[in-house]
Structures are given as structure tokens and as C-alpha cells.
Design a protein around this ligand. Structure first.
Ligand code: SF4
Ligand code: SF4
Length: 175
């Protein structure tokens, strides 16, 4: 009997303690909790500071994706820049792990803070390139792959940019 009374009052005390604590509940969507800088939400494809698509359709992101939800078809434009003619992400499978972002050599694919894109219709979760490509640089405002990577394109040879090294003439290494 004594134990029962002790348990009932113990429960009351816990309830009372919580009744006067600040509330964790928020009135979503009017109120929103702050998210961490490293939060991984909806994926976008970004452009470089020159306004050109960053993605060079190297397939690294789709290769590393653990759930195989990225579908790309790469091609080349008249300036010999590679770009994806098709870039689909199936968000009904994506687990927002961020591995695609880590693998991307051009910083094209980036995970954002947006998490409000759920749907009960799976077809709506298949995002095409026009849904993914944004008109901005995202988290890396200054980076341009072609300014650093030493990849030649029309009008730019290897080593033309200050950050690139001139190609080595292998014959100069011969004994
Ligand atoms: S976040 Fe992860 S699961 Fe989603 S597309 Fe990128 S690699 Fe695939
Ligand atoms: S988003 Fe990045 S990793 Fe994926 S294909 Fe384009 S350049 Fe390669």
C-alpha cells in the first residue's frame, strides 16, 4: 500500500516539474526551429560564378549514391563543356545522406536546409533537372571547376588560368 502511494505521488511530482518547464512544442508552420548549419535537406544543382552549370556529368554522385536514386545522361556543348542532358533524383528513395555532395568534384550538387518537400504522391518526388538546377552558386560563391581543374575547353587550354599549372613536357624528363 505504502509503495502504491509512493508511486502515485512520485508520478504527480514528475508531472508538476514538467508543467512549469519551458515548452519544447512549437506552433509549426508559423514557428520553426533553427536548423544546424550541417543540416541535410533537399538537393539542388548549382551554377558557377560565371552563371554556367557546374555539373560536368562525371557520374561520381550517382556511383556513390547508396540507394541508386540519381539518374544522369551526360553530353557536351559547343564549347566542349560537359553537362547533364538529363539529371533526375528520385526523392522517394533518397536518404539525404550527403554522399553525393561529398563526392562531387565541381561542387555542383549541394544539400540545402529545405525539408518541406514531402508528398503522398511518389511521382511528385521524382525531380528532373529543371526542378533541381538553381540560378546561383549555393554554399560556394567563388568556386569554378574550370578555373582550377586544368581541364581544357574551347577557348581555354590547360594552364591558362592562374590557379592551373602548365602541362609538363614529358620529354624533358627523359635521361
Ligand atoms: S543524399 Fe545520399 S541518397 Fe540522396 S542522392 Fe545523395 S547520395 Fe543518394
Ligand atoms: S553533380 Fe557533381 S558528381 Fe554528380 S555528375 Fe555532376 S559533377 Fe559529377
Amino acid at each position: 500500500m505504502y509503495k502504491l502511494i509512493q508511486e502515485i505521488f512520485g508520478g504527480f511530482i514528475v508531472t508538476l516539474k514538467h508543467a512549469f518547464r519551458p515548452r519544447d512544442t512549437i506552433q509549426y508552420p508559423e514557428q520553426r526551429k533553427a536548423r544546424s548549419e550541417r543540416f541535410r535537406g533537399r538537393i539542388v544543382l548549382t551554377k558557377d560564378p560565371d552563371g554556367q552549370e557546374r555539373c560536368v556529368s562525371c557520374y561520381l554522385c550517382s556511383s556513390v549514391c547508396p540507394v541508386d536514386c540519381i539518374d544522369i545522361q551526360g553530353t557536351e556543348d559547343e564549347n566542349e563543356r560537359r553537362y547533364p542532358a538529363k539529371f533526375d533524383i528520385n526523392f522517394s528513395r533518397c536518404i539525404l545522406c550527403g554522399l553525393c555532395e561529398e563526392a562531387c568534384p565541381t561542387l555542383a550538387i549541394q544539400l540545402t536546409q529545405d525539408y518541406e518537400f514531402c508528398s503522398t504522391n511518389r511521382e511528385k518526388l521524382l525531380y528532373h533537372k529543371e526542378d533541381l538546377l538553381i540560378d546561383g552558386t549555393g554554399k560556394h560563391p567563388d568556386y569554378s571547376f574550370y578555373h582550377h581543374a586544368g581541364v581544357p575547353i574551347k577557348g581555354k587550354a590547360i594552364g591558362d588560368n592562374p590557379d592551373e599549372q602548365k602541362p609538363v613536357d614529358v620529354y624533358t624528363n627523359l635521361p
